[in-house]
Design a protein around this ligand. Sequence first.
Ligand SMILES: Cc1cc2nc3c(=O)[nH]c(=O)nc-3n(C[C@H](O)[C@H](O)[C@H](O)COP(=O)(O)OP(=O)(O)OC[C@H]3O[C@@H](n4cnc5c(N)ncnc54)[C@H](O)[C@@H]3O)c2cc1C
Length: 317
Amino acid sequence: MKTLSEIQISELIENLKRKNISYRTDVNLSILSSFKIGGISPLVIEPENNESLVLALESLKQLDAPYKVLGGGSNLLISDKPDDFITLRLSGEFKEFKQIEDGVFYIGAAANTTPTFKKISQMGYTGVEFLSTIPGWVGGAVIQNAGCYGGELFNKTEFVEFIKDGTLHHKKKEEIDYGYRFTEFLRNKDSIITGIQVKVDAGNIEEIEASLKDKRDKRNSSQPENKKSAGSVFKNPSFKDEQGNPIKSWKLIDQAGLRGIIRGGAQISPEHCNFIVNIGGATAADVHYLVHTIRERVLSSSGILLEREIEYFGRVG
Ligand SMILES: Cc1cc2nc3c(=O)[nH]c(=O)nc-3n(C[C@H](O)[C@H](O)[C@H](O)COP(=O)(O)OP(=O)(O)OC[C@H]3O[C@@H](n4cnc5c(N)ncnc54)[C@H](O)[C@@H]3O)c2cc1C
């Protein structure tokens, strides 16, 4: 990737000022990530609506400046030196969600997933309770069709709105290629998700409250609590064991004898070994070392090559 020059950055800033687009300079990205890992970004652009997003993208294109989109930062390992690209982070109107009609909601890409789906559930709608346990923002959840406990975001999604080639597009679910922790947006990386419309069914409020509690309890009992992580590091493999049971990544990591191992400030969680946790001062390089070790050791002990679920944001390792 091409390195950004100071001239490019100052020209970009002049451009943003002229267009009245919000931005911040020298931002410590670690505070914007659930891992609490990441270096200083020279420039974070924070468009507040579709118009300023399109204008910001125009400026980036004009100056041939590479950029990456940051959401809630909960599925990312951010580079220790993220200085060769601009960070784009949606803000303002993108944080809003609104009810369109009974059971139909439009949700902005920068809305927080957990409180948004908790609120929709507590309004008496069912089928999205599981989403109230997933950290991050809705745009990030769309990208990888986030899910848990047998549910996934696309189950209830009607359409996705996104900016591609400077234009706002609107694509129905049926027209989108998606699957387990996958969408065409993740593959192509050529669109910025701006919002989605979901449709949910009316339900019984007591059953919904019980379901919210059940999901929250499951989460609390199965994951390292209050630890800095980016959730599951690897996807579960798509095949089954000899008894016909799905193979779980955590089990393969455990069987390879890796539970609890430490590198610098990073540790393979002793509680849930498909999580790597920042136990204090971890760098992206520490986490990358553990990711690499897991892949090698699981491959040699089981013959299975694990696929990463967390993404690398900038150069790591
Ligand atoms: C404790 C913990 C538990 C978790 N449990 C689960 C779980 O059960 N199920 C699950 O699926 N995930 C889980 N995750 C992972 C993570 O929460 C989800 O993947 C989440 O949906 C990511 O959203 P985000 O906004 O944080 O995305 P980010 O991490 O900020 O970004 C992820 C990717 O999406 C892209 N992106 C973000 N926003 C946009 C946008 N508007 N347009 C285009 N691209 C965008 C980024 O460029 C990046 O490629 C967990 C994470 C943690 C920390």
